[in-house]
Design a protein around this ligand. Structure first.
Ligand code: F6R
Length: 262
């Protein structure tokens, strides 16, 4: 696991974008897994700048990590819409190469989830999965207690998550109580994980996920089991890490060796 501590959020976004852009440069038909939420917005905008500078996204395929269940597609909190606005509108990924978990209540949701897993497998699997982390350590919408081998499924949102995300639902009662998320087992099958966190509110979850025991009670701790993880943190999110100075020294070394694009 490489842990990169960045001076601030804009640097974190820029560094993460270099990683994704390099992966696309090496493998133009790569498969990208995308988290929504506030954290990766800077990354998505930075990727738009890479596209403006000539990076071709036309071969890239995208799979969404999760979505609120039953939320109207035009609701401002809808994750698919969020990614459309902050990322897809600024790059040239064909709409036919964008897939999102099916989230309408009037369908056989278990079959839809199984089909989503098959679609990921048929695309060759996810090459780079972009992830944020919840204040309660959730990954995707895998809330504390989720199986570390879990697959894409309908889940109930925890009270902590509902509270953390209520800012996106100005109309009381609008927030769905459930969501469809890739499982931790699905996420761990991606070839590379890119976990991002910024701000003091994430510091405790980051510390437990990266330095605590691997446990279903802190689902993001499962990234410790993955062989190829890069974690981008700003200083506030890294503030509780016990090995913070070692990670900073490793980051400096990587910079000196030209392994980071600072
Ligand atoms: C979003 C997702 C969530 C968020 C997490 C952090 O697709 O899967 O796990 O990454 O809740 O959200 P923000 O970035 O808004 O703090």
């Amino acid at each position: 696991m490489r842990i990169v501590i960045c001076p601030d959020e804009s640097d974190l976004s820029r560094q993460a974008a270099f990683l994704v852009a390099a992966a696309i440069g090496r493998s133009p038909r790569m498969v990208l897994g995308l988290a929504a939420g506030a954290t990766p917005i800077g990354l998505y905008h930075a990727l738009g700048r890479h596209h403006a500078d000539g990076l071709d996204f036309s071969g890239v395929a995208v799979f969404g990590l999760d979505e609120y269940f039953g939320l109207a597609a035009d609701h401002p909190a809808c994750f698919r819409g969020n990614i459309q606005r902050h990322f897809l509108n600024g790059v040239n990924i064909p709409p036919s190469r964008v897939s999102w978990p099916y989230c309408r209540p009037d369908e056989d949701i278990a079959a839809r989830c199984a089909a989503y897993e098959r679609a990921i497998a048929d695309a060759g699997g996810i090459d780079v999965q972009v992830l944020g982390i919840g204040v309660n350590g959730h990954l995707g919408f895998n809330e504390p207690g989720s199986s570390l081998g879990g697959r894409t499924r309908l889940v109930r949102l925890s009270a902590t998550t509902r509270h953390a995300n209520e800012r996106n639902f100005p109309v009381a009662g609008d927030m769905p109580e459930s969501a469809v998320t890739q499982g931790i087992g699905t996420i761990l099958e991606a070839r590379r994980l890119l976990l991002m966190a910024s701000g003091e509110s994430k510091a405790a979850a980051v510390e437990q996920a990266l330095e605590g025991p691997v446990t279903s009670m802190l689902p993001a701790s499962a990234v410790q089991l993955h062989p190829n993880v890069t974690v981008f943190l700003d200083r506030a999110a890294a503030s509780r890490l016990r090995r913070r100075e070692e990670y900073e020294a490793e980051t400096d070394m990587a910079r000196r060796l030209g392994l980071l694009n600072l």
